[in-house]
Design a protein around this ligand. Structure first.
Ligand code: SAH
Ligand code: SF4
Length: 365
């Protein structure tokens, strides 16, 4: 932003002013940026625009979860999910259109990989959601923050889009922008080992690892990236990451698939993996995720009784474990159900003309 301001012949402090207007206040119209000189406002309106990606649809579920589908061009779409809770509000952000990892239980994985999102496309999901919700919930209260937590758990593998992810994370954390706490900003990864190490140096936020299996043979099948970075290497990298992390544990995500990874032999192997000797637990909290079905997978969610047995066994062994509450299922917004595919391949301008794209009016007013 400083370079951009300097390119317009402006002093660096103008960059901070602009940054705050755009990210903190959510303004799109340069004319409303009242502490900028008129000449600068004019220059800006010819040199730049502030705009989220075109919004294709907005769905609100019975439990208050909102899913937005954005057009990212060439027939691709990405999804962003807002999850309100009593004490926090989380935004689940996408990092790629599709995903190249191809996990067998993930709808995004089935879609294949289209492309990396740019830094602007990643941060504009937060920009859009924060300011739209602010307008709805507290009109006029410009500085009242709505979103308290961000999880990079939408579509895509964030650590396979590292160079665009890191600047977006830095904007999320910046006090002149969203001022999110590092502890409340989470990157979830299927285990891109070299990038886990770099993230610790570049933007240490909370880390979640998608483990899903207690041994390499099974994880090779479920999370194909395991063939490149096997479990021992990934767990070691995550442990090393804790030197920089804002928390002293790694979240281990484990999606429970009926008959595949939810049996007694699996939970026992998981305990052996994470608790190799008495009193020496791996520094983690296990988050069990009930599988959210989608038609191509051919997989089933474990029964409630099975999920309880699995979690009780972990707890009895002295491991910390929670079961993720599934939210937004009725609008296909739950983990792993994000497909983002636009069936309708009509161009965006034609769709807009046909009223199929929801217009985003300036500043959502
Ligand atoms: N690519 C990253 C982040 C996006 S996926 C990763 O894999 O970690 C976010 C989480 O949703 C991951 O833990 C993923 O394993 C989980 N997930 C994927 N498909 C799912 C499904 N169908 N049901 C439940 N959880 C799923
Ligand atoms: Fe990609 Fe994550 Fe889905 Fe695996 S679970 S296919 S890494 S988005």
């Amino acid at each position: 932003m400083i370079e951009f301001a300097q390119g317009l012949g402006e002093k660096p402090f103008r960059a901070t002013q602009l940054f705050r207007w755009i990210h903190q206040r959510g303004l799109q119209d340069f004319e409303q940026m009242s502490d900028l000189a008129k000449s600068l406002r004019e220059k800006l309106s010819t040199a730049a625009y502030v705009q989220a990606m075109p919004l294709i649809s907005e769905h609100t579920s019975k439990d208050g979860v909102i899913k937005w589908l954005f057009d990212v061009g060439q027939g691709n779409a990405i999804e962003t999910v807002y999850i309100p809770e009593s004490d926090r509000a989380t935004l689940c952000i996408s990092s790629q259109a599709g995903c190249a990892v191809g996990c067998t239980f993930c709808s995004t994985g089935y879609q294949g990989f289209s492309r990396n999102l740019t830094t602007a496309e990643i941060i504009s999901q937060l920009w859009f959601a924060e300011h739209r919700l602010r307008q709805q919930k507290a009109p006029g209260a410009q500085d009242h923050r709505v979103i308290t937590n961000v999880v990079m758990m939408g579509m895509g593998e964030p650590l396979q889009n590292y160079s665009n992810l890191v600047p977006a994370l830095k904007i999320m954390l910046d006090d002149h922008a969203y001022g999110l706490s590092r502890r409340r900003t989470t990157v979830s990864t299927s285990g891109v080992v070299p990038m886990i190490e770099r993230l610790g140096l570049d933007a240490p936020v909370a880390l979640a690892l998608s483990l899903h299996a207690p041994n390499d043979a099974l994880r090779d099948e479920l999370v194909p990236l395991n063939r490149k970075y096997p479990i021992a290497q990934v767990l070691e990298a995550c442990k090393g990451y804790l030197r920089y992390a804002p928390r002293d544990f790694v979240t281990l995500e484990y999606c429970l698939l009926d008959g595949v990874n939810d049996q007694e032999v699996h939970v026992n192997a998981l305990i052996d993996l994470l608790r190799p000797s008495k009193g020496a637990n791996y520094p983690c909290k296990i988050n069990l995720i009930p599988f959210n079905p989608f038609k191509e997978s051919g997989l089933k969610r474990s029964s409630l009784a099975q999920i309880k047995r699995f979690s009780d066994t972990l707890l009895d062994a002295g491991l910390v474990c929670t079961v993720r509450k599934t939210r937004g299922e009725d609008i296909d917004a739950a983990c792993g159900q994000l497909a983002g595919d636009i069936q309708d391949r009509t161009s965006i301008s034609e769709r807009r003309a046909q009223g199929k794209v929801i217009p985003i009016s300036p500043d959502f007013s």
